[in-house]
Design a protein around this ligand. Structure first.
Ligand code: FAD
Length: 359
């Protein structure tokens, strides 16, 4: 086979958007996806998940999400949509190809997979998601908690927690949604470092995404500035705020420490707790780039989406990579276009052979 112009690592929305952009420029990418299908992490998100963005603001370039443009698609609709999107690309997509190492020299990149396949190209786009690695903060006593600790990435449905005393840690969309859902089945506290901030889902009869795209906020290259800010506000049509006001879940300042199964609160009170769910976000997992000089403390050295240390290496799908919308369905296509346009000059096909399984 002919060498590809670029290797895209990760077959979620970011990798698919990057692949489409490369193809549209007449370039020949190969997309390597660890899983069985190029549908990203969506099948692993919790069962009740519906998008916070309406269908009309949740599409990748070139294919609208089907159905009423104002409905909020369910997780499974996104999976179906990505499946169709990938099929329509007619691209070289290799599933069951988990990338383990990337090396870089004067000739370009060599990418190796877990089962021994090797690929070479002059450019690599890392699109393995901003949410591959659940972030588990070191909270006082959590390592000795005798109950169950889960990350929100492991949460699926509320039923297994019926009758339990549960604490959900976090102040973002996932924390509030999970806590509110669980509160119908369990006694739930939402524990936050800072008060939960709400933003109305609709203003003057229009969804917040209408306003952010109409006034151009979504497009502003202010992602790196936003990275240092507190969590985004929770989008709410009134349901979540009302649930918290009603005490289901109740909301408290983060506990001071844990001893065994006892959680100690700042006011001196205590609770015996069965389960703690950490809805504390994610970090990118790009350890396959170790050794290239592209990472610092395990995180990409990039601006905005282009490696600042390794020429020919780009990223798509990192949170705050370029704009407020970088890690969303509606924003990832713009970032892909930006990154591909800047990498394109480096993309003459690598001289080495690609795609020969080794051993
Ligand atoms: P992922 O979907 O994580 O895809 C990365 C892919 O890379 C995966 O398929 C994985 O198997 C693969 N991979 C990982 N490592 C390797 C490797 N070493 N080699 C090869 N392949 C690899 N966005 C919205 O626009 N609207 C929403 O309403 C919305 N709701 C969200 C709700 C939750 C709970 C979460 C967590 C996120 C939500 N997002 C939403 C944000 C975002 O759209 C998703 O997180 C989306 O899945 C990110 O897509 P991605 O392609 O960047 O990463």
């Amino acid at each position: 086979m002919t060498d590809p112009h670029a290797i895209v690592i990760g077959g979620g929305q970011a990798g698919l958007a990057a692949t489409r952009t490369l193809l549209a420029r007449g370039l020949r990418p190969v997309l390597l996806e660890a899983g069985a299908e190029p549908v990203g992490s969506w099948p692993r998100y919790y069962d009740s998940l519906t998008l916070f963005s309406p269908a009309r603001y949740s599409s990748l370039p070139g294919l609208p999400v089907p159905g009423d443009p104002d409905h909020y698609p369910h997780r499974d609709e996104v999976v179906d949509y990505l499946r169709r999107y990938a099929a329509r690309l007619d691209a070289d997509i290799r599933t069951h190809h988990r990338v383990t190492t990337v090396t870089h020299d004067g000739d370009g990149f060599t990418v190796r997979t877990a089962h021994g396949a090797t690929f070479a190209a002059p450019a690599v786009i890392a699109a393995t998601g901003g949410s591959s690695r659940p972030h588990r903060p070191a909270l006082p006593g959590l390592d000795r908690f005798t109950g169950t600790v889960l990350h929100s990435a492991e949460y699926r449905t509320p039923e297994p927690f019926a009758g339990q005393r549960v604490i959900v840690v976090g102040a973002g969309n996932s924390a509030v949604q999970i806590a509110a859902e669980l509160a119908a089945h369990a006694t739930v506290t939402l524990a936050t470092r800072t008060p939960v901030r709400f933003a109305p889902q609709r203003t003057l009869g229009r969804d917040v995404h209408f306003w952010s795209t109409t006034v151009g906020f979504d497009h502003l290259p202010i992602g790196p500035l936003l990275r240092a800010k507190p969590a985004s506000p929770v989008l709410d049509a009134g349901v979540y705020r009302a649930a918290i006001v009603a005490g289901r879940p109740d909301q408290r300042r983060l506990f001071t420490h844990i001893e065994g199964s006892t959680v100690h609160w700042a006011d001196g009170s205590t609770d015996e707790v069965d389960t703690i769910i950490l809805a504390t976000g994610f970090r990118p997992e790009v350890s396959y780039l170790d050794g290239t000089g592209a990472l610092k403390d395990g995180q990409p050295r990039q601006s905005p989406g282009l490696s600042t240390t390794v020429p020919g290496l780009g990223y798509v799908g990192l949170e705050w990579q370029r704009s407020f919308a970088s890690a969303t369905l509606r924003g990832v296509g713009r970032d892909a276009a930006y990154v591909v346009a800047r990498l394109a000059t480096t993309m003459s096909p690598a001289r080495r052979r690609c795609c020969q399984p080794v051993g």
